[in-house]
Design a protein. Sequence first.
Length: 142
Amino acid sequence: MMIKKMVEKFQCPGCVIGSKTDCGKFKFNDQKKRCTSHVLGTSMGFPGNLIAVGLPKGFCKPGFNDDGNVKREIDVVLWEKGEFPEFDKYNIAVWALENDGFLFVRRYAPRINHAWTDIIEGGKIDMVPGAINIENLLDEMD
């Protein structure tokens, strides 16, 4: 899948800027491997409870900034088929879900106290043997 299509599938839904990469603000960052103009624009339950509409449960919440406020963007890294991140003691695959031909992985880097969601086209759960497969936990999540 072309990277623009991945941005449209996972980042554009619910974005306040636009729902397609032709929004006029699309800016793909090769280093961060995502659209860096993306801004979350959908709340669930109460104002300020932002979610990323294009991502499945367990991966759609952005987390918090250092000041305690909810992030307005979601830290995703998009990996086209045949590409994948290096998981090791510095980049730990914490939990994972195979969904619709993609592998979603919550990755944590304890050295720098940062978490990402990797979206790997064609990825399989056996790529992250140390991660918790959350498929059976989805009904328990909001």
